[in-house]
Design a protein around this ligand. Structure first.
Ligand SMILES: C[S@@+](CC[C@H](N)C(=O)[O-])C[C@H]1O[C@@H](n2cnc3c(N)ncnc32)[C@H](O)[C@@H]1O
Length: 271
């Protein structure tokens, strides 16, 4: 069961003590207990998931897009920046695809994918034998033990920089993937989808300030010839899906265009 990959890495969301996931239910020394879902993920959210959490149909659309290989260049870029990681936390990890592809390149490593969506967590629980899947809110106190991860990844997902810094070892790395203005531009233009915030680079650097220093930025671009089904899934996997997915779509050539940012902790973390 892939949840075992998280042994020694998770913290009780109630008392912050070490969470033992070797037994079922998972428990801490103070006796707080958490059932493991029969699909293999651990829900540490402590309440119902919010309405903005990705739905099952969004997660399935994202899974088909990722399986198509459309984001292969992004996975390759992530792997190039992270070749020494042993313990990985992927925040807003969705289907678990990116963590799984990283673990494929890192034979001795293990990881935790954390997402607020139970539909995503279900899918992520079977993404890789060395990846544990946890439901939690990235904006809360992350249910992970401080200083246990040597890599935190965040791909198109919420960035809680203070929590990421706390999760990392002092020599760890944070790798963030953000969309560039021309990311999926032809799909967004053709279907009137939400644009990319022009201020997003500044916002990223401002949020990192005091916690991390940027050490590299790599631009990744690849062209995708998307058939109609893939175009529909590219729309259905994102926030536009909350407003409905167009029924009539045509094949489009589009561009994957992202930045892969690498950050180091600003200073050694005190625990
Ligand atoms: C755009 S998707 C990216 C998923 C994945 N990183 C990928 O690239 O395939 C954003 C993900 O963040 C998750 N998410 C949104 N808000 C969150 C929160 N507050 N805490 C944890 N995950 C969150 C969503 O459920 C979704 O799976």
């Amino acid at each position: 069961m892939s949840l075992d990959a998280a042994q020694g890495l998770l913290a009780c969301p109630v008392c912050a003590g070490a969470l033992n996931v070797a037994d079922r239910p998972a428990s801490c020394r103070d006796g707080h207990r958490f059932d493991v879902a029969r699909q293999g993920y651990l829900n540490l959210l402590g309440g119902p998931q919010p309405e903005h959490a990705d739905t099952a149909s969004m997660v399935e659309a994202r899974a088909r897009v990722l399986t198509s290989g459309a984001f292969h260049a992004v996975d390759a870029a992530l792997a190039r920046r992270t070749d020494r990681a042993r313990t990985i936390l992927d925040v807003g990890g969705g289907t678990g695809h990116h963590l799984a592809r990283l673990l494929d390149t890192l034979p001795g490593a293990r990881g935790v994918t954390l997402d607020i969506s139970t539909a995503a967590a279900r899918r992520a629980a079977r993404a890789h034998p060395r990846a544990a899947s946890v439901v939690a809110d990235a904006w809360g106190t992350l249910p992970v033990r401080p200083g246990r991860f040597d890599l935190v990844t965040c791909v198109f997902a919420p960035r809680n920089m203070a929590a990421f810094a706390r999760a990392l070892t002092p020599s760890g790395l944070l790798v963030v993937v953000t969309p560039e203005p021309d990311h999926l531009a032809s799909v967004r233009e053709r279907h009137g989808l939400l644009g990319i915030d022009p201020d997003k680079d500044d916002r990223l650097l401002r949020s990192a300030s005091g916690h991390f220093q940027p050490v590299a930025r790599h631009r990744v671009r690849s062209v995708v010839d998307a058939d109609a089904a893939l175009v529909a899934d590219l729309i259905a996997m994102g926030p536009n899906a909350f407003h409905g997915v167009p029924t009539e779509v045509e094949p489009l050539t589009t561009e994957i265009s992202v930045s892969v940012w690498v950050f180091r902790p600003a200073q050694a973390q005190m625990f």
